[in-house]
Design a protein around this ligand. Structure first.
Ligand SMILES: [Zn+2]
Ligand SMILES: [Zn+2]
Length: 254
């Protein structure tokens, strides 16, 4: 299994529009972060997409516009679903499969209502929505996927475990039950917004605490804002086996 980080930035992306801080003005390509999303190659030519933010078009072109089998959505905030209209090339000849919670399905119908009308305008994308139960695994093309319920401030959202990989973004608190579902995983990807605390996202020290408890072989931090500081200043603060994800980074999952 191979994972590609399509984006590793928070909702504003990095640089943040108008900001003159040292991260936002850096010329280092590692400091450029599109909105968070990953693509997972589960077998040759079969790719799952997790989240489809407003940078999706640029991200998928940058990745070579590979085929996609399904979209898994963590939650319906704009930075995770804002690019869904750009999925139209993937919606032919049949509706594109989407797996999400019931509240996300409802929000999608409100956000892009023209994709769900009885009489469709020619060319609009169409989606085959599968509502998932956060408490039980589901399968996509024979691949078992375990939802990982976490809290995003007061909003219950999900991450996903696929084999030896766990992907969790926009988490501010992790229930013990979810911690047990990721314990000992090979590769854990988890959000860490910045150094300072935040009401709806874990900061660096909270993410490192979850990583310590989950004891993965290795972990990557994602969904960063400019508030994390320069990557070369933050790396020395990380324990062994933990690194900061960067856009377009590809990792093999055993
Ligand atoms: Zn987000
Ligand atoms: Zn900045």
């Amino acid at each position: 299994m191979k994972l590609t980080f399509l984006g590793t930035g928070t909702s504003t992306g990095v640089p943040q529009i108008g900001c003159r801080c040292e991260v936002c003005t850096s010329s280092d390509p590692r400091e450029k972060r599109l909105r968070s999303s990953v693509m997972i190659e589960v077998s040759p030519g079969r790719n799952l997409l997790i989240d489809c933010g407003p940078d999706f078009r640029e991200q998928i072109l940058r990745a070579g516009a590979p085929p996609l089998s399904a979209l898994l959505i963590t939650h319906s905030h704009y930075d995770h679903v804002g690019g869904i209209d750009d999925m139209r090339p993937y919606c032919y000849p049949s509706s594109f499969p989407v797996y999400c919670l019931a509240d996300v399905a409802r929000d999608l119908r409100e956000r892009v209502p023209y994709c769900f009308r009885k009489h469709l305008y020619p060319g609009v994308p169409t989606f085959d929505i599968h509502v998932i139960d956060p408490s039980r695994p589901f399968t996509v093309d024979g691949i078992e996927i375990t939802p990982l319920p976490v809290m995003h401030a007061r909003l219950p959202i999900i991450g996903f475990r696929i084999g030896n990989l766990a992907y969790i973004t926009d988490c501010s608190a992790m229930p013990p039950d979810t911690l047990s579902k990721i314990h000992g995983v090979d590769t854990l990807i988890i959000n860490a917004l910045r150094r300072e605390p935040h009401m709806s996202h874990m900061n660096l020290s909270q993410a490192l605490e979850v990583i310590r408890s989950a004891a993965p072989r290795r972990a990557f931090l994602t969904h960063l804002s400019h508030g994390m500081g320069l990557i070369d200043d933050t790396r020395p603060l990380l324990p062994p086996g933990v690194d900061i994800a960067t856009d377009s980074l590809t990792v093999e999952i055993p």
